[in-house]
Design a protein around this ligand. Sequence first.
Ligand code: BG6
Length: 484
Amino acid sequence: MNQNILLIGGDGDLAMRKLYPALYALEAADQLSGVESITGLSRALEDREQLLEKMLPWLQALESFNEQAWQRFQARITCLQGDATQASTLLQYKEQLDDDNPNVIVYLAVPPKVFGGACRALKESGLAIPSTRLVVEKPLGSDLESFMSVNAEMRATFEESQIYRIDHYLGKESVQNLLALRFANVMFEAIWGATHIDHVQITVAERVGVEGRKEFYDEIGALRDMVQNHLLQVVCLLAMEPPASRDPFMIRAEKLKVLKSLKPLADEAIKRYTIRGQYKEGSMDGAVVPGYVDELNSSESGTAKSNTETFVALRAEIDNWRWAGVPFYLRTGKRMHTRASEILVQFKSPRHIIFGKGDAITPNQLRILLQPNEGITLHFLRKEPGLSEFTLEEAELNLTVTEARKKNGSYDAYARLMLEVLSGDQTLFVSAEEVEASWKWIDQIIEQWQKHDVKVKPYTAGTSGPVDAAVMIAQDKRQWSDIE
Ligand code: BG6
């Protein structure tokens, strides 16, 4: 089946950084043979040569870059200059295609304010036929209301089954591995829940600051930018009930139940169990990095103040049979001392201790490293070998996936997601109902922050976040895992 990919915003940042490199990676892996054309559409693009010239350095930076694949890839690239919200532009595109009933994948790599106009133009030009797929990604609104409105604009033209909402965390190998870990290994199911698990931690730490997105980020903050989507999707995969199959409807239905079971955080809980942080100047790798507000001010006359969080830590609870009483501690921040995403599943201590009083029992821990290192470690206790007294020592089962990665190649999340769009599989994409349920939960946190005037706490760039986050978890007599 021949497919045509239309990238609206075809010369933008997302297209250059992620989309062309992902498509190229598929080309290099011989996965693009069914693709007839890849068209970059933008108002600013002059011609095909200019587009190729712009994308080439991004592709050359890839490990998989080679001249033959590049020749094959560029033979598929075409370019169109115009306004994607005008039917005339899209008609021009349609005329370029060989087929009268073309299979088209439209990627809206543009801000959501353009979605409505582009969908209408797709409809008017006759491109919105049942085989057309529409790919979009965050920000899908900045709250429930704005999401509902942008979603309604898309649904006026496309069916839910045609819309692929990307959360790039779902394209990460290590995140997908959560499904394999939980549902391909019988040993975990029996202990997966409140009876044996004490609590769960999910950390997504970033070293980068807000980079070129200052104005956008200042309106959004870490809760909306990271928790509403990526962290909650990871919570879903960890907490959902076993789906009946890997079918997208089954998986999405189970994830939705988790999102709908998240307990609202009100009043006392907001004050005790949510921490907002904002980085201030600090030192990273021996160099001074400016604070968030200084960065904001650098482009203007310089007096802006901001109460936007670049770090958030909170305690979530899933109010259902399996998870009642098991806290899920989430934290994410920019300008932290390291880039590391990981999950810690902390088990309970044995109910009855048969060893001597001197033997401290460290509870079992399952650590799932998501990035940049990937792997799973299980921490347990064993007898210290030898003739000496019976003493316990800590040991670790370590399943790093480096070798398998070397063998099968390593792909960016976007390459996998593009492949899934090409094959028409929505499993790794987020349903409208999921986005809706996540926004509901996030919106009420923001409302409560406003009600209680919750201010950001400063933390020094290059550290693990505000001390208040450590105090928050210490109230429950627990501590954050060390991330390196
Ligand atoms: C994006 C956020 O969705 O995810 C960024 O908007 C963040 O602020 C990025 O930096 C993190 O993605 P990754 O794949 O680097 O963990």
